[in-house]
Write a protein that binds this ligand. Structure first.
Ligand code: SAM
Length: 253
């Protein structure tokens, strides 16, 4: 997976992606991160890339031309039989489709992705119309720039790229993977602060363990995120179980 990030702050992307699991994945060659500074494509001596919005209003707007030239430069390496390869260009925007685990899975199937990070009031609409294929938001709030959203997306996508996690199974059992939240986790010691690990986890009985994981997932989802259950595949007995929890405990934890 090759990530390209068009940004005014490449160091933010490089530094964050160079540590922990993503850092190891870069070193191992499972992912690559190419942060490109849009400012390098400014055509004026002060390297300005923003200007006042037409029609007035607060703030500044990033200009179309430096963004377009930056994009063209990235695309230069992608030419198949003289035709440009089709690569998704994701504009991080609070106006986009809200990012989800399902979208992370879909993007993880791509070989290359280009992220476009806005700043100030955003980017001139005309270049967005020209190059952007997907508009993605990370939630209903407004940030100062698209770098953190791009990092959030790259992190979530990277861990679904084969080889990035030591144990690929862990991504399959995690929260949202079946529209359910994950069961609670415990590690050593067996007793901490007077609290014991649930005995079933020490039983070594795989059938009992699987039942316990499933029950805990259902319980958690019913308590914390009952909205997810709409898309979950549950047996009749499981539906009855979650309905009982919702009516007993309410949906707030
Ligand atoms: N004026 C824009 C609006 O009202 O839709 C908001 C611009 S915001 C201050 C600057 C940049 O931050 C955006 O261009 C976008 O790249 C990024 N951004 C802010 N909030 C975001 C969010 N929730 N998800 C994704 N990107 C976001």
């Amino acid at each position: 997976m090759n990530f390209h990030v068009m940004t005014l702050f490449p160091e933010m992307i490089e530094q964050a992606m160079a540590v922990s699991i993503t850092g190891r994945a870069v070193k191992a060659g499972h992912i690559s991160v190419n942060a490109v500074n849009i400012r390098d494509y400014a055509a004026n001596k002060h390297n300005r890339v923003d200007d006042y919005p037409y029609g007035g209003g607060a703030g500044m707007v990033m200009q179309a031309e430096p963004v377009y030239r930056c994009y063209q430069d990235i695309m230069e390496q992608y030419s198949e039989n003289g035709l440009p390869k089709k690569i998704k260009v994701i504009y991080l925007s609070p106006q986009g489709k809200v990012f989800s685990q399902r979208m992370a899975q879909e993007y993880a199937d791509e070989d290359d992705l280009i992220f476009l990070c806005g700043h100030y009031e955003g980017i001139d609409e005309r270049v967005l119309e020209e190059i952007v294929t997907d508009y993605v938001s990370i939630g209903d709030y407004v940030l100062t720039g698209g770098e953190l959203p791009a990092l959030v997306m790259m992190d979530a996508i990277s861990r679904l790229v084969p080889g990035v996690l030591n144990n690929n199974l862990s991504a399959q059992t995690e929260s949202f993977s079946e529209s359910l939240l994950e069961y609670p986790q415990y590690t050593r010691p067996e007793e901490w602060n007077g609290k014991k690990v649930p005995p079933v986890l020490l039983s070594g009985n795989h059938k009992l363990l699987a039942e316990w994981y499933r029950e805990q997932s259902l319980r958690r989802t019913a308590c914390c995120r009952p909205d997810l259950l709409e898309n979950a595949e549950l047996s009749q007995a499981e539906w009855a179980f979650v309905q009982e929890i919702i009516s007993k405990e309410g949906s707030d934890r």
